[in-house]
Design a protein. Structure first.
Length: 374
């Protein structure tokens, strides 16, 4: 059985977990703890329920953590109205899948009009989800947990957990059903090449001596993979994550999302900052977002336009990647806000021309103008 490499950082032990959540301890090295940077700086900057849920990476009560890890999510008719942190559409399919607090995973086959709750083996907070195909998907969350489904999100199995790490994984990306990465706080990055049966730490591939948090990982649709996070860090891989190049970041504040298509890539984060690159991240052009709200999620829509969401119910829409999003004051973005100003964390396009947005209060069907559909 392969063993993932790991290390101890103060109270954060990085042990490896291999195969359906069986914990395997491995070789370790010691580094100073940076708990105050997470619980202090991020909470102060974001100051919202959403940020507390995603980025709280300090030590937790062991019995409480183990209980939430080992107990299956409770079925609730209100699961789709609870705090949800990410949503995606299965690759090549119609189904929408969303993840969030208390191990809630919900799915919809009618464009987000109604939702069903999945069977999930944990009550732990889940932060991100990705489907490389219509049936196979992966979700990640606190205590470095990784879940996998092979039936389109209806039932899930635990394929990785690091019980002693007490840190959140914050994003997940898979090249195909077998090969992918999960990333998170303190520069935590793991890779599998066999569909989650075994995992390896690959933090030595990325130049991140300060162990800044990795908040987002995504590709540009043309073989380039991007990793973004705290303090403006940006990296690119042209070989599916085997090697990573540090990019010159146009902004020193934290990035919370990256999305791309047709070789174009957007990064976005604090204070409404959005930058676009059309040359694989070599140069970046600022986009005028029209807001100073932190932007958490972005997606390309069915018609080729792009949408972003964030704090205070901000919804931004534009005509598309590339020429449709020009730099400077005339950028093709418009901004609106939900009337209740609830924080929005992610969005996905539905096949009926609307968007499905998740965050505080659960999942919503919305128009591109930010109006909630009943």
């Amino acid at each position: 059985m392969p063993v993932a490499s790991g290390f101890i950082r103060g109270s954060h032990h990085r042990g490896g977990s291999v195969g359906l959540g069986t914990l395997v301890k491995s070789s370790v090295k010691t580094k100073p703890a940076k708990k105050s940077r997470v619980t202090g700086v991020l909470h102060t900057v974001l100051g919202a329920v959403l940020s507390v849920a995603i980025f709280s990476a300090g030590p937790v009560n062991a019995s409480s953590s183990e209980s939430s890890l080992d107990r299956p999510a409770i079925k609730s008719p209100k699961a789709a109205n609870s705090l949800l942190l990410d949503v995606t559409r299965t690759d090549g399919g119609v189904r929408l899948v969303s993840v969030g607090e208390r191990g809630h995973i919900v799915f919809s086959d009618d464009h987000g009009v109604s939702w069903q709750q999945a069977s999930v083996p944990t009550m732990q907070m889940l932060t991100a989800v990705h489907f490389p195909s219509e049936k196979v998907g992966y979700a990640v969350g606190h205590d470095a947990i990784v879940l996998k489904t092979e039936n389109g999100g209806e039932t899930w199995l635990q394929v990785y957990v690091d019980r002693e790490a007490t840190i959140p994984l914050l994003d997940v990306w898979f090249e195909d059903n077998l090969h992918g990465f999960a990333v998170g706080a303190y520069g935590y990055i793991i890779e599998t090449v066999d569909g989650g049966q075994s995992w390896d730490f690959v933090d030595d591939r990325v130049a991140n001596d300060d162990e800044f948090h990795y908040n987002a990982i995504n590709d540009d649709g043309q073989g380039n993979l991007f990793l973004a996070g705290e303090a403006g860090i940006l990296y690119r891989s042209t070989d599916a994550g085997k090697t990573w190049t540090t990019l010159n970041s146009p902004y020193e504040g934290s990035w919370f999302g990256v999305s791309g298509d047709d070789g174009q890539v957007l990064v976005h984060g604090l204070r409404g900052n959005i930058y676009q690159s059309q040359d694989q991240g070599e140069t970046w052009q600022p986009l005028s977002s029209g807001t100073e709200q932190t932007l958490f999620g972005s997606a390309k829509l069915i018609d080729g336009s792009v949408a972003l969401v964030g704090n205070s119910g901000a919804v931004l829409t534009g005509s598309g990647y590339g020429a449709g999003l020009s730099s400077g004051a005339k950028a093709g973005l418009s901004v609106s806000h939900r009337p209740d100003r609830m924080t929005l964390s992610a969005l996905a396009p539905s096949n009926d021309g609307f968007i499905v947005v998740v965050g505080q209060g659960g999942a919503y069907r919305m128009t591109l103008e930010g109006n909630v559909l009943e």
